[in-house]
Design a protein around this ligand. Structure first.
Ligand code: SF4
Length: 244
């Protein structure tokens, strides 16, 4: 392969990143940053409670060129970029995209379901990430029921990698719909985080029905809300409850 071919291939991988949309401003999604969110189409999971079926099953609607033009204009106004979706880590063009974003001076956060430990390890090695939000979807015996995939081992490896490093802060979070998960399941996650010596924040998020938007698994509203008073104590981390 000559160098021109290599450059063309590199450009084309970045150019075909399926960007669904951009949220131009958020102060809630990237701690201590004013950020935008880039939503990537496509996902390697099929969570029944997912509120974004149009993103998970959709195609890219925006171009990398448009996003880079937006980021050029917002320098000095924003200082962070959140890569969300969908699942951004599945795309081979992402490293080059992050490199370009960081060259503009932005900090980068990724929201991930943890199915690509190889990618997260590589991004950490390369200094691509400034913050990570990791979904702990379910304990091993409920993982397939909640996510549609039988790959807890990949998630487990990602969490191992993150717990073994101190360079990049990360948070762990679980969304609970009580048709899928109960107190024992969330308790199992808390005990696992205790055993790993996790010391960050664990967000337990109550599923909120949105009648305008059916979920990916067409889940009905919950019949009951998780009883958080019965959950075990966290040893070294903080548990924060959202939407309870
Ligand atoms: S909730 Fe599940 S299906 Fe939806 S984007 Fe996240 S990981 Fe993918």
């Amino acid at each position: 392969m000559n160098s021109q071919t290599a450059i063309t291939e590199k450009k084309s991988k970045v150019a075909i990143l399926p960007i669904y949309s951009v949220t131009p401003f958020t102060m809630l999604d990237f701690p201590e940053r004013t950020a935008c969110i880039i939503w990537f189409s496509g996902c390697n999971m099929r969570c029944g409670y997912c509120h974004n079926p149009q993103i998970v099953k959709g195609k890219g609607r925006g171009t990398v060129k448009e996003v880079m033009a937006f980021l050029h204009k917002r320098r000095g106004l924003l200082d962070g970029v959140v890569l969300s979706g969908g699942e951004a880590s599945v795309y081979t063009g992402l490293p080059d995209f992050i490199r370009e974003v960081k060259q503009l001076g932005y900090a980068v956060k990724i929201d991930t379901n943890g199915m690509r430990p190889d990618i997260i390890a590589d991004f950490l090695d390369q200094g691509f990430l400034d913050y990570i939000a990791l979904d702990y979807k379910a304990p091993p015996d409920k993982f397939k029921k909640v996510t549609g995939v039988e790959k807890y081992a990949f998630f487990n490896e990602t969490l191992d990698i993150l717990c073994a490093q101190n360079d990049v802060p990360f948070e762990v979070r679980t969304t609970v719909h009580t048709d899928l998960m109960n107190e024992e399941d969330v308790g199992c996650i808390i005990r696992d985080l205790n055993q790993r010596g996790y010391a960050g924040v664990y967000y337990v998020q109550n599923f909120c029905a949105d009648n305008e938007r059916p979920t990916l698994g067409m889940l009905p509203a919950q019949k009951r809300i998780l009883n958080i008073s019965t959950l075990p104590q966290a040893k070294e981390f903080t548990i924060e409850f959202r939407n309870f």
